[in-house]
Design a protein around this ligand. Structure first.
Ligand code: EPU
Length: 337
């Protein structure tokens, strides 16, 4: 375990922002993690996973702890189900590909999501009709204050749309070290009702898709809409899709009858933020080195040497204009530091 000083985080955040960590250490085992946590430092602690859901707006005067613990293990299996544990530092998509190669079903719709396994539960990652919580069994953590290991069950995680205990009461208290999933070995419960998936499968004339077919369809859809962070810095959806009450929704519908929406409950309606941002005129716009992606307005991009402050400024301009035009407040999904 080596503590580095003034380390550039450019290659460790998917926006590709060139900020420095005052102190930086990458840990590869739980023991090392505990050792690092017991180092006496006056700097605040900053936990770094895959760096795929954050925007750095300046250097971090912090002790950055990079969770790089690897490993995948089958804990238990029956004829029909398997419990698979993946360590926090495993790359999410590589883990999904491992599951598909072994014909373990449940994560295929979550193919190609950037980031690591250990940070996936924090925002309950989701795509194409599936969320992490659907196959989540439990996760192991280390409590920062006491260095004690603590397991969280699905109920304890209090998962919601892009939300969990780790964004609320558990925030900055626990470090997730591994996640266990309950996956199917046969009779996979596939989820293909999401319009885009159905279309790709129809085009390929696939009637009863395997989990590999679904994963490939999701990869094709994501590649067509979402920029590859290795090519164009970005952090996926910058904003959450807002959920509004009936009254706001009625008013919104009067002004924008053509807007897409999903009924979350009889009194709550989710509006795609991508649609609102496009309506506000930002889709495909570029301002210096920052911009709004041409195929998905929810994604802000770094064309090269953008600073985090510039990206944040654009996000605030978008938020303001969307509110002025549509009356709806959109909130960042990405964590801003
Ligand atoms: N839309 C537009 N203009 C745009 C983008 C979207 O009008 O520029 C409209 C589309 O026409 C469609 C609707 O918005 O009617 C939904 O679009 P899409 O299917 O692309 O999904 P999304 O709601 O924009 C969410 C997630 C994505 C996830 C997709 C697929 C959030 C904040 N984002 O996007 O997650 O991949 O659904 O399930 O919930 C991420 O979190 O980083 C992410 C990429």
């Amino acid at each position: 375990m080596r503590v580095e000083e003034n380390k550039s985080l450019k290659n460790l955040n998917t926006f590709g922002i060139d900020c420095k960590a005052h102190y930086f250490v990458s840990v590869t085992t739980i023991e090392e993690l505990k050792q690092a946590l017991s180092l006496k430092t006056s700097e605040r602690l900053f936990i770094l996973g895959g760096g795929s859901n954050m925007l750095l707006t300046g250097n971090l005067d912090a002790f950055v702890l990079h969770i790089n613990i690897k490993g995948i293990e089958i804990l238990k299996e029956t004829e029909t189900e398997v419990l698979v544990k993946a360590m926090a530092g495993e790359n999410w998509h590589e883990f999904v590909q491992y599951c598909i190669a072994n014909d373990f079903g449940g994560l295929e719709n979550l193919s190609l999501i950037p980031g690591n396994v250990g940070t996936a539960p924090i925002q309950n990652i989701g795509a194409y009709g599936v969320e992490l919580k659907d196959t989540f069994e439990s996760c192991n953590t280390v409590e920062i204050e006491t260095l004690k290991e603590k397991e969280f069950t699905k109920v304890e995680c209090a998962f919601e749309y892009r939300n969990s205990i780790f964004k609320n009461e558990g925030k900055e208290k626990y470090i997730i070290t591994s996640v266990t999933f309950k996956l199917t070995k046969k009779n996979h419960k596939t989820s293909i009702s999401y319009g885009d998936i159905q279309k790709v499968l129809n085009d390929k004339k696939i009637e009863t898709p395997t989990i590999k077919d679904i994963s490939e369809a999701v990869i094709a859809i994501r590649q067509s809409k979402l920029p590859d962070p290795k090519v164009l810095g970005n952090s996926g959806s910058f904003f959450k899709n807002p959920v509004i009450d009936s009254e706001t929704f009625q008013e919104f519908r009067r002004n924008f009858p053509e807007a897409p929406f999903y009924e979350v409950s009889p009194t709550e309606f989710k509006i795609p933020a991508g649609w609102l941002i496009e309506k506000a005129g930002f889709k495909g716009q570029r301002f210096g080195d920052v911009g709004v992606h041409k195929n998905q307005a929810l994604v802000l991009v770094n064309y090269g040497n953008a600073t985090g402050k510039e990206i944040f400024q654009l996000a605030m301009n978008i938020q303001k204009k969307v509110k002025e035009m549509t009356g709806i407040f959109i909130e960042p999904e990405v964590n801003v530091f």
